[in-house]
Write a protein that binds this ligand. Structure first.
Ligand code: THU
Length: 132
């Protein structure tokens, strides 16, 4: 998918975000290695820790549809700051896509790109468990 279209898909998910507690909507669009795109949004809960971020929502969506190899993710927020992924999401990305390209958008639609390696250096992954 074209870069602008992937950004638009992430931004459109801001409307689906369920965030009555934080009032901080986040949308995500995840591009799989075969070009398929899955979207996600944050889904909060009255029992706060039960909430899920937009990124993990998109990844779960893709995995449930049979995809485990990812190329790019766009994360859209509405605030001035670029919406960077939380630590837990970084680790979940690492499981499936150590070379993932991460594009973070702010409310003005500006973007900042990172590699997962930049955001989660010296990371722990599935291969660490295969020697046991
Ligand atoms: N959130 C995300 O969905 N993704 C991020 O990258 C940062 C934070 C959500 C979690 C929670 O619903 C709200 O934003 C405030 O933390």
């Amino acid at each position: 998918m074209k870069h602008e279209a992937l950004k638009a898909a992430a931004r459109s998910m801001l409307e689906r975000a369920y965030c009555p507690y934080s009032h901080f909507p986040v949308g995500a669009a995840l591009e799989c290695e075969d070009g398929t795109v899955y979207t996600g949004c944050n889904v909060e809960n009255a029992a706060y820790p039960a909430g899920i971020c937009a990124e993990r929502s998109a990844i779960s969506h893709a995995v449930a549809e049979g995809h485990t190899r990812f190329r790019r993710i766009v994360i859209a927020g509405k605030s001035e700051d670029f919406c960077v992924p939380c630590g837990m999401c970084r680790q979940v990305m690492r499981e499936f896509a150590p070379d993932l390209e991460i594009i973070c958008l702010n409310g003005a639609g500006e973007e900042k790109a990172f590699t997962l390696e930049q955001l989660l250096p010296h990371s722990f992954g599935p291969e660490f468990l295969s020697n046991n």
